[in-house]
Design a protein around this ligand. Sequence first.
Ligand SMILES: [Mn+2]
Length: 309
Amino acid sequence: MKLATRINSFLPHFDNDVLKVLPEFARIGLTHVDLNYPEHTKDIVPEQMKAALDAANLKANGVALRFRGDFYLNGELGNTDPEVSAAAIQLCKDACDYCRAIGGQVVTIWLGFDGFDYSFQIAYNEVWNRQRDAFRAICDYAPDLKISIEYKPFEERSYAFIDSFGTVFAMIQDVNRPNLGATLDFCHMLMKHDNPAMAADILGARGLLYGIHLNDGYGRKDDGLMIGTSNFAKTLEFLYYVRKHGYDQAIYFDTFPIREQGIREAECNVSMVNRLEQIIDKLGMDNIEEVIAANDGIAVSELLLDAIR
Ligand SMILES: [Mn+2]
């Protein structure tokens, strides 16, 4: 299994130097790296990053866009100001170039500022079309890469524009490009009352599941808790569908150790994912499929009793 984690959880322990973090990743059992672009890459040319990854026996999964600063405060790809929207598209294209140069496959785009706070604030259909055209431009620029939309229902804005499984799925269909898919962030889905496994099944069956951000939470906010600690059954169900559909990119731990020591926290995530995978082995894919086919709550409870036995 390909595993990656949040670099920012480790940076404080390594002089805030990305290159010093990488050997530690490999030591605790991680195999892949997702870099925030341009946050983690700005002083490191791709050749230097690739050499550091090779030296640490790690591979690039991809890069994730970070639109920082006041410039994007009122929107990124969907910004009403054509100058800002064009700059956001260019940043995504630059991220594609960097991703390719370090051997990555996935460019993750989370649009934290495309959204609204007030009624009568934005023209929804115009923003939709602007985003759609922007995604087409990015997908056409890098047809060899997977362009992946990560949704979140709110934060930074009161309402995000691409806020749910349904909206991201509709956007993917409307963009209509073979290299556009979605990244599912477990906590973001709980915030929307989306069931992670449902989206993993529907996207996975169509080859549109490009990224997984695994974490846990209680649904009211982006808690970023350690994997499997509050929604054990949901996480197990999610990983069942991830395996069923042959998902082959990295599972990225998008967790936020604040009071916990970051390296230990990541080790717990590695152990939990491996243990959940063992539980799926023990239960058996065919057996789980039979339980689902029975559509029977009692059978589900018995399956979970077997899981923790
Ligand atoms: Mn995430």
